[in-house]
Design a protein around this ligand. Structure first.
Ligand code: CP3
Length: 340
């Protein structure tokens, strides 16, 4: 690997500057992404290795991040479990037959992920060829809780009230479903590593919806199963949006790094995690609307606060579609200029 900064930061090694990538870096702020999006619908892009690999390397060509993340979606898992998922333009994910009863849970299958998600591994192989061992490739999955949120709610939501109601009224079925998702996800991530990804990230986008106690019961214990199953195959990054309250518990796990969002200060994140584990984050994605010079100052300050070691520069959540190209460039360049 020509540039192994990202993998070294995951190991906690001393570096001249921290590595940088952006969550959702292959996305709608890029005109070259919009060109492909205009021609092919969402799941065609995910399922066609040539398209998925091209979209994955687009931001790398433009900005030279230190890691690529495979273009795909967390909702390929429910799809593989026989739960229909549509991606509606200007609406987002839509699941016409949501999981609402024990019978629905019984109908969800734990698939042969080798077969059901073969297109993902083909996309990984195509991407690895394009990356030519320049930088590492990240594979990802949603946390079981975040996947359950969509499976039960049937669409995005401000509070995922139906998903929570299901857990609190039918906890036995909810746990069965969470375990099925966990088993599928572990097998899936292991295949992704076999296909060539160098690290995996678990996105718990909706973990912060839960109280600290419910988080342990409905989210963390399943993420922890994934970490335990994967940690000897590849480094695992656990990102919980709004989950600062769980950072102490998460730091005791086998994860190589923890994601942090912008509602937790770098100092508090270091304090809560005991100062030893690699942290990733936590620039407010909306802050990329600031002028480029301000972005650069803020990024340098963020690196100073986290410390350059055991740190991966990132946003605190996905990049927004309305970010100017030169502002995204300022974010990446600021990191490369650090220590120069
Ligand atoms: O980071 C990357 O560049 C890789 C691409 C990536 C996508 N989805 C592509 C995508 C990743 C890492 C994801 C993960 C994902 N998908 C998450 C977890 C991360 C997070 O943001 O919290 C979640 C919750 C989803 C579910 C999902 N997919 C939603 C809610 C939406 C619609 C909202 C939106 O942003 O449009 C999607 C669609 C989606 N997934 C798009 C992209 C680029 C946009 C739609 C499109 O391109 O047609």
């Amino acid at each position: 690997m020509k540039n192994d900064l990202f993998l070294r930061a995951l190991k906690g090694e001393t570096v001249d500057r921290p590595p940088v990538w952006m969550m959702r870096q292959a996305g709608r702020y890029l005109p070259e992404f919009m060109e492909i999006k205009a021609k092919y619908d969402f799941f065609t892009r995910c399922q066609t290795p040539e398209l998925a690999s091209e979209i994955t390397v687009q931001p790398i060509r433009r900005y030279g991040m230190d890691a690529a993340i495979l273009f795909s979606d967390i909702l390929v898992i429910p799809q593989a479990m026989n739960i229909e998922v549509q991606m509606k333009p200007n609406f987002g994910p839509y699941l016409p037959n949501p999981v609402r009863t024990s019978k629905d849970v019984n109908n969800a299958i734990v698939p042969d992920v080798k077969e059901a998600l073969d297109y993902v591994y083909q996309a990984i192989k195509a991407t690895k060829e394009k990356l030519n061992d320049e930088i590492p490739l990240i594979g990802f999955a949603g946390s079981p809780w975040t996947i359950l949120c969509y499976c039960v709610q049937g669409q995005g939501s401000k509070n995922f009230d139906k998903a929570k109601a299901f857990c609190f009224t039918n906890p036995v079925a909810a746990h069965q479903m969470l375990q099925k998702i966990t088993d599928t996800t572990i097998a899936y991530l292991k295949e992704k590593v076999k296909a060539g990804v160098n690290a995996v990230q678990v996105f718990d986008s909706w973990g912060g919806m839960l109280s600290p106690t419910d988080y342990q019961e409905f989210s963390w214990q399943y993420i922890n199963q994934i970490i335990e199953a994967l940690k000897d195959d590849a480094p695992v990054i656990a990102f919980g949006k709004g989950c600062w309250f769980a950072l102490g518990e998460m730091a005791k796990s086998g994860a190589s790094a923890l994601g942090v969002d912008w509602t937790c200060s770098p100092k508090n994140a270091r304090y809560l995690t005991g100062g030893n584990i690699t942290l990733q984050g936590n620039f407010d994605p909306s802050r990329l609307l600031s002028p480029p010079e301000t972005i650069k100052k803020m990024v340098h300050q963020m690196i100073d606060e986290f410390g350059k070691d055991k740190y991966i520069v990132n946003l605190g959540h996905g990049i927004l579609p309305n970010i100017p190209l030169e502002n995204a460039k300022a974010f990446i360049d600021a990191v490369k200029e650090y220590n120069m």
